[in-house]
Design a protein around this ligand. Structure first.
Ligand code: F6R
Length: 607
């Protein structure tokens, strides 16, 4: 949510930060801006909309500089507009700031500064920051930032430059992600790896409270009281290859097609010859055996993965699991102690709601396990144990390959807990892994059926509302389908447990209303069929996603999507693929920005 990048060094900072900014655009894209010191002056350029608008509006080729900061925004305070875009500059025009996060006490500070004669142009909370720094400035930018930090409340990743100190870039990290990258001829600060990796793999993942003072050829890191601290330089093993579309029209389509390979990798790394291995640093068998309560928490699609994980752990380990949306978790009564395990699922590892829930779980003494896709993300440092999805970078805002690889990670966690609790034996594990190994080829088969998904997209694209239904695991897949379609198509979608329709929601059905039903769970298929008939009787167009050869479902559907057969517990891995493709083709047919849907951002770093 908002991307920030900065550079100081011997190369042209303007070019480096503009290129870096493009890699961060998935974090927010309603406006973009840059400040640089060029010809001895601080200059700032901003534009509403995507980065391309900024580049088209100004000629940056003459803006040669050695220090620059840039920002791509996802609006929190103030509508998307040029005046609200970052960087924000102090009212004396000397200090420029890019910010990812929120200033909670900005109104109070704004009143105080206005009394002192400071003026404000935007509706943003961020504009307070350069002015608080300016208010504390007496010739040393670092000292002013340290003092300003003490009066600001909220979450911050900041890049700061000043026309009074032309060879200095100061950065701060407090509850929003920021890293320092060490280049051969300079330094970068950035919200994540993607914008710096083409220059270097030497990174420092800053800690909360760290303030970095960077010159062209040196840097020092201080804690929030101004004491110098040492931070480890990590050499990351990360390549940029997945950050291009590789012939696909959109990242979303590419990432949907990358699922077979990603899943294959996520499975193969976790077992040797069908025996679970210790490649991942998860809790020991003894620790897992002692766990009495399990919770799973996450947001959005990652939460749906968590709900499938809940089902898998309950089925295999025979232990109740509570799943809780992360933004609720923190404020609820959670009865946690050292015998509780809380699993947090987050593609980005930076979602503020999930990180806040994690903090709360730790405060209450629970064991914490993070499942994430992003190496070095905040969650990897905050959780006790971490396991990765191995999906590779996910650029499209709508999550696909991260979801299915989160499911793989959760199935393996479920098997480990079940094994530790003595609920499954080696033969059961072998049976599940063998079925998992077939999934990549089965997904490839579904991907070949794209003409069918295109047709369905054309049929539903002009609907006012589309409903999703299912029971048990199918209901979770229905919820994921509804989320995928609404976020990419902007059509109202909603998911209901099939059995709940008759308790009120069926009143929404009109002749022609599309209902996408997921019917893969053998023990309740008959019930779902009855619910389909009730829908058809009221004029609904029922599109069923079901296992191949299920003729009873066929008879109770107006349109059928067949998926290959697998174990009931694994069907979410297959049933979600048609949903992803239906969402893709519907968004495409409506002319939406498939990879960057309106109002959204990939990494949601505000609560
Ligand atoms: C939907 C989607 C979001 C994310 C959610 C959590 O396609 O991507 O619902 O799943 O914002 O993000 P992470 O997984 O990064 O914590």
């Amino acid at each position: 949510m908002c991307g920030i990048v900065g550079y100081i060094g011997n190369k042209n900072a303007t070019e480096i930060v503009l290129n870096g900014l493009k890699k961060l655009e998935y974090r927010g894209y309603d406006s973009a801006g840059i400040s640089m010191i060029t010809g001895g002056k601080l200059e700032t350029y901003k534009k509403k909309g995507k980065i391309v608008n900024l580049e088209n509006a100004y000629d940056f080729s003459s803006k040669i500089s050695n220090v620059a900061i840039a920002h791509t925004r996802w609006a929190t305070h103030g509508e998307p507009s040029e005046v609200n875009a970052h960087p924000h500059v102090s009212s004396d025009g000397k200090i420029s700031v890019v910010h990812n996060g929120i200033v909670e006490n900005y109104l109070e500070l704004r009143n105080k500064l206005q009394e002192k004669g400071f003026t404000f142009k935007s509706q943003t909370d961020t504009e307070i920051i350069p002015n608080v720094i300016s208010d504390n400035y007496d010739g040393d930018l670092l000292k002013a930032v340290i003092k300003a930090h003490k009066v600001l409340r909220g979450s911050f990743a900041l890049g700061i430059i000043s026309s009074d100190e032309k060879d200095r870039l100061v950065a701060l990290r407090d509850s929003s992600p920021l890293l320092l990258a060490i280049l051969e001829d300079g330094y970068m600060i950035a919200s994540d790896i993607t914008s710096v990796i083409e220059h270097t793999n030497k990174l420092i993942f800053l800690k909360d409270g760290d303030i970095v003072d960077i010159k062209k050829d040196s840097y020092k890191i201080y804690d929030s009281d101004g004491n110098e601290v040492d931070r480890e330089v990590t050499e990351v093993d990360y390549t940029d290859e997945s950050a291009s579309k590789e012939g696909y029209d959109h990242f979303l389509l590419k990432e949907i097609h990358e699922q077979p390979k990603a899943i294959e990798k996520a499975i193969s790394l976790r077992h040797n010859d069908y025996v679970l291995n210790d490649n991942e640093d998860i809790f020991t068998k003894e620790e897992l055996k002692d766990i009495e309560k399990i919770y799973i928490s996450a947001c959005g699609t990652a939460f749906h993965a968590g709900e499938v994980g809940k089902y898998a752990i309950e089925s295999l380990a025979k232990i109740p699991v509570i799943s809780e949306i992360a933004s609720e978790f923190r404020y609820k009564n959670m009865f946690l102690d050292e015998k509780s395990l809380v699993i947090f699922v987050s593609q980005s590892g930076e979602t503020a709601d999930t990180l806040a829930a994690l903090k709360e779980a730790k405060r209450l003494g629970a064991k914490t396990l993070a499942i994430t896709n992003v190496l070095g993300s905040t969650i990897t440092r905050d959780a006790d144990k971490v396991i990765y999805c191995y999906a590779g970078p996910e650029i499209s805002v709508a999550s696909t390959k991260a979801y299915t690889t989160q499911l793989i990670a959760l199935y393996f966690v479920a098997m480990r807990i079940a094994k530790a609790k003595g609920q499954i034996d080696d033969a059961d594990i072998k049976n599940i892994i063998e079925a998992l190994e077939k999934i990549p080829a089965q997904i490839d088969e579904i991907l070949k059926d794209k003409e069918n998904f295109k047709e369905i997209a054309m049929e539903i694209k002009d609907s006012n509302s589309i409903f999703y239904t299912g029971r048990l695991l199918d209901f979770i897949t229905a919820k994921e389908g509804a989320l995928k379609l609404k976020e990419t198509s902007y059509i109202h979608t909603e998911a209901f447990p099939s059995g709940e329709l008759k308790h009120g929601s069926i009143a929404l059905i009109e002749p022609g209303t599309p209902v996408i039903t997921v019917a893969t769970q053998s023990k309740i298929t008959e019930k779902t069929i009855s619910n389909n008939q009730e829908l058809i009787a009221r004029g609904a167009k029922v599109i069923s996603i079901t296992n191949r050869g299920n003729d009873f479902v066929k008879d109770a559907s107006t349109n059928l999507v067949e998926i290959p057969k697998t174990l009931d517990i694994l069907t979410p891995l297959l049933a979600v693929i048609p949903e992803q493709l239906i969402a893709y083709y519907t968004s495409l047919s409506l002319g939406n920005d498939v990879d960057k849907p309106r109002n959204l951002a990939k990494s949601v770093t505000v609560e």
